[in-house]
Design a protein around this ligand. Structure first.
Ligand code: DLL
Length: 434
């Protein structure tokens, strides 16, 4: 086994020691960036005596990154930078992240550790179905798969027919794919007489970059006949590979030798109780070009402290529930889009895509859930349709406390995006912010 993989099996004590010494170094290096040169001027290495002393440092936010564009967070001379990526700007603001050659090496190692952890080897054919380019899902997994020695197919996103053809022709055994796109591939296979269990050779699908539910995972596993693992990351923290599930499928192992995690209450900014849910805050420990300290990810999760039955003592995060800026309020109820997905994916007749629209009807908020049904449902069977509609209304209401309007649609009716799925459109006259 390659050396870098050993770090996955550090004991808790080793992890804590590695983190503390790396944190001191990270602070010193960060000060070379104009932003941290200002905000950390008062902090000396001696101030960090334990990991909890990280709370002496200020948070870094997306707004700070935006204000620091283009080079306010760069901590090395530009001549040492070999690549940049842009964050996808899901919230409208794209910011750049820079990497030295060494940053790219340890990032690839992090991802490779996650892949090896779920059994990927040099025998595998790895088809990367994520967008290449400024988005980190393409190159991030690509170099890791090559590092392991997989035959790597840089398929990129979209063109489902060609994707399935490649999978058949080269007997792809591992795919990296957006959850929403995996549902489209499933739909394509059904419509085109491809039985994934019979006609494909998949053993692992690595899913990430979008929130998705356990129910969606189970569906994709059943349909594609392979194991599905959850991979989390964000451009600001390099990209994919910050945390990846192991075969236990019960939480995503953080690569804690590179990332220091905290969970805070986004309202008070105080740490939550151990095991409590809150906003994930991450610190890069070894990044040279673009160190980020106490970066507020806006992702909602919880830290699982207990060692995992897989033998790793690296802490886990639970499946991401949503982002603080994803949450919407309807009739006083706080809702994450994923709650609606949880309900929909339990219903067999529901197909591969859905969308939530918020509107104002006679001065009142309204939540419309548009759902594509599977190709097996006959649209002239009015009684069945009515039954499905009533079930969705009942179960969404039980989950969110809001009674939705439900629109049932034929397959392929909703707009399909090439990148991350857009699940929510807010057309309300007054948008309700936190
Ligand atoms: O999505 C990096 C990535 C690529 C991760 C491929 C995994 C696989 P960004 O475009 O900057 O980077 O978006 C980051 O996507 O803050 C989360 O809100 C969301 N996200 C990423 N992975 C997951 C996941 C990439 N597994 C933002 N579950 C993050 C839920 C996820 N949400």
């Amino acid at each position: 086994m390659t050396d870098f993989y050993q770090a996955d099996f550090f004991t808790r004590k080793q992890i804590d020691e590695v983190q503390l010494s790396a944190l001191r170094g990270a602070i010193e290096r960060a000060k070379r960036a104009p932003h941290y040169g200002r905000t950390l001027a008062e902090i000396a290495p001696g101030d960090i005596r334990s990991l909890s002393d990280i709370r002496k440092l200020p948070f870094t936010t997306k707004a700070d990154l935006r204000d620091g564009m283009p080079y306010g967070f760069l901590a090395v001379p530009k001549s040492q930078v070999v690549r940049m990526h842009y964050s996808s700007g899901t919230t409208g603001v794209a910011t750049a992240i820079y990497h030295t050659a060494d940053d790219l090496r340890w990032w690839s190692e992090c991802v490779a550790r996650g892949l090896v952890g779920v059994g990927v080897t040099s025998e595998d054919v790895f088809q990367n179905m994520m967008g290449y380019g400024l988005f980190t899902g393409g190159l991030g997994l690509h170099y890791a798969a090559e590092m392991i020695g997989c035959m790597t197919i840089p398929a990129g996103s979209g063109n489902t027919q060609r994707q399935v053809h490649l999978m058949q022709q080269f007997e792809t055994s591992v795919v990296h794919i957006l959850p929403s796109y995996a549902m489209r591939v499933v739909h394509y296979c059904r419509q085109n007489g491809v039985d994934p269990r019979r006609d494909l050779n998949l053993s692992v699908a690595m899913l990430g970059a979008e929130p998705h539910t356990e129910n969606m995972r189970r569906r994709i596993e059943e349909e594609l006949g392979c194991k599905v693992y959850n991979c989390y990351g964000l451009s600001e923290m390099c990209g994919p590979g910050v945390a990846i599930e192991c075969p236990e499928q019960s939480g995503l192992h953080l690569r804690e030798d590179h990332y220091l995690a905290e969970i805070i209450d986004p309202a008070t900014l105080e740490p939550v109780e151990p095991g409590g849910q809150g906003e994930l805050v991450l610190t890069t420990l070894n990044r040279h070009a673009n160190p980020l300290l106490r970066y507020r990810t806006r992702d909602i999760t919880a830290l699982i402290e207990e060692p995992c039955p897989c033998g790793r003592e690296m802490r886990r995060i639970s499946r991401i529930v949503g982002r603080t800026d994803d949450m919407f309020i309807v009739k006083g109820c706080n809702i994450y889009p994923i709650q609606v997905e949880r309900v929909l994916m339990e219903i067999d007749e529901v197909g591969s895509n859905y969308m939530i629209t918020l509107d104002t009807e006679r001065d009142l908020d309204e939540m419309i859930v548009s759902v594509e049904l599977s190709a097996e449902v006959f649209f002239d069977d009015v009684r069945t349709l009515e039954g499905i509609r009533r079930r969705i209304i009942r179960e969404v209401r039980a989950e969110t406390l809001v009674t939705p309007k439900v629109e049932l649609l034929q397959p392929n009716s909703l707009p399909a995006t090439e990148g991350k799925a857009i699940r929510l459109t807010d057309n309300r006259q007054i948008t309700h912010e936190e």
